[in-house]
Design a protein around this ligand. Structure first.
Ligand code: ADP
Ligand code: MG
Length: 419
């Protein structure tokens, strides 16, 4: 048990049918029927391999896209082929989730064999919109079609989908009500790493917060500041611009208009309150960069032209952040320092990311664009830990109890046969 949840070490797997929920949701190319990325499939390989090696009959449950993100709503068929390739062993697939065909395929599995079912979100009760309109308790989730049809065929439930741990849905929280459960290796690594950062970070603990997902950044800042987790917060991107605006620093009307146009006006007041309380912890950019005629320009606050929005931190700020990061014991990163996608505004992100790679401190990085930046600068190997679950990570750091963690704790005390 770690943090009240069973690990794979505590399961008796030989000959057992295991329902294993993974998060292998990837961007898809529907015209070609292929996946544009396979990172998440790669990340769940250790768990699937271990279950199979130990003689379990492995039934994989996964979602792909949603009704909101319809361009990626798709079958899991291509995933099975990719997984088979990565594992170097056969992965069966069936175009059914919990109907008679899926159940027959599960019953036909032999020890060590692997079967991937089709997209669990093809089943209405699993849908995201449904989740938001009508919240089912975990007990009610145990009475859904998916759980009632599949649980009787299985001995154990394993969840390896930390990236989806903030979702309150039957495939994630329902099976733990009726089956002895455990977390998979990826879930264990991700959940335990972030729990340790929250509970006992090596000091000084530095948060690097940038990017454009302002609501997440503020939710998280409030919690890590009030709990004393963060010793320093380095701000950049739109987060930095909002703080500077809140404090009345001159960053050009173009920057302010961009904040207002993005409907982030309400955060200006939040930033003012937060800074008043935690002035010593929150570090703001001292200079900024903007793009004029396709070329990078920099200046101190007050020097940004009125009609242009600042899109990166300046060289001085980047240098200062670099020093602070190099001296840190723990660095938590979410959100780039600027519009790093363009050459003229990538300097801040590139410099700060290099420092994160170089520091002796323990580094944890999450967020889709932050990971893209890491890949762009080929620094992935140098980060201690890249979290596949951006949304779950942010909610965890915001102090919310993750529904899947709660469910897994419940399923971890259901005894296994013979226990
Ligand atoms: P993550 O995906 O890592 O959580 P976000 O989605 O919050 O990060 O933010 C990433 C986006 O923020 C990038 O596309 C980047 O171009 C944009 N961005 C960064 N700095 C600024 C800025 N100053 N103004 C506007 N957009 C910015
Ligand atoms: Mg993003």
């Amino acid at each position: 048990m770690r943090f009240g949840i069973r690990t794979l070490d505590e399961l008796d797997l030989g000959g057992k049918t295991v329902l294993c929920r993974v998060d292998i949701n990837q961007p898809v190319d529907k015209t070609k029927g292929t996946l544009k990325s396979i990172n998440r499939i790669r990340a769940c390989v250790p768990t699937v391999r271990e279950l199979s090696d130990k003689g379990a009959r492995v039934v994989l449950l996964a979602h792909q896209g949603s009704d909101i993100e319809y361009k990626n709503f798709y079958t899991t068929k291509p995933h099975a082929a990719v997984l088979a390739e990565l594992l170097g062993r056969e992965v069966k697939w069936i175009d059914d989730v919990c109907g008679p065909a899926a159940r027959a395929a599960i019953r036909a599995l032999k020890d060590g064999e692997i079967l991937l079912l089709d997209n669990v979100r093809f089943v209405a009760e699993e849908q995201t919109l449904f989740e938001m309109k009508l919240r089912l308790t975990h007990e009610q989730q145990a009475k859904t079609l998916l759980v009632e049809k599949l649980a009787p065929l299985a001995d154990l439930y394993v969840c390896d989908a930390f990236a989806a741990a903030h979702r309150d849905q039957p495939s994630l929280c329902g099976f733990e009500q009726v089956l002895p459960s455990a977390m998979g290796r990826l879930f264990e690594k991700e959940y335990c790493t972030v729990s340790e950062v929250m509970e006992a970070p090596v000091r000084p603990c530095v948060f690097v917060l940038g990017g454009a997902k302002i609501s997440d950044a503020f939710l998280m800042m409030q919690t890590v500041l009030s709990r004393g987790v963060a010793d320093t917060i380095l701000t950049g991107g739109l987060v930095g611009n909002i703080f500077l605006t809140a404090l009345g620093r001159e960053i050009g009307q173009g920057s302010v208009d961009f904040i207002l146009k993005s409907n982030y006006g309400e955060y200006i007041d939040r930033a003012k309150e937060l800074y008043a309380q935690y002035e010593k912890t929150i570090v703001l950019p001292a200079d900024l960069a903007w793009v004029e005629d396709g070329r990078r320009r920099e200046g101190l606050l007050g020097e940004v032209p009125q009609d242009i929005a600042a899109v990166d931190i300046g060289t001085r700020t980047a240098e200062n952040y670099r020093e602070i990061i190099l001296a840190a014991g723990t660095v938590f990163v979410n959100g780039p320092m600027g519009v790093f996608e363009q050459a003229a505004s990538e300097y801040g992100t590139k410099t700060v990311w290099q420092a994160i790679a170089d520091t002796e401190g323990h580094t944890v990085l999450g967020g889709g664009d932050s990971i893209t930046a890491t890949e762009k600068y080929a620094l992935g190997e140098k980060m201690d830990y890249i979290c596949t679950g951006g949304g779950a990570l942010i909610r965890f750091l915001s102090g919310e109890e993750l529904p899947v963690v709660k469910a897994l704790r419940h399923g971890s005390v259901i005894p296994q046969k013979g226990e």
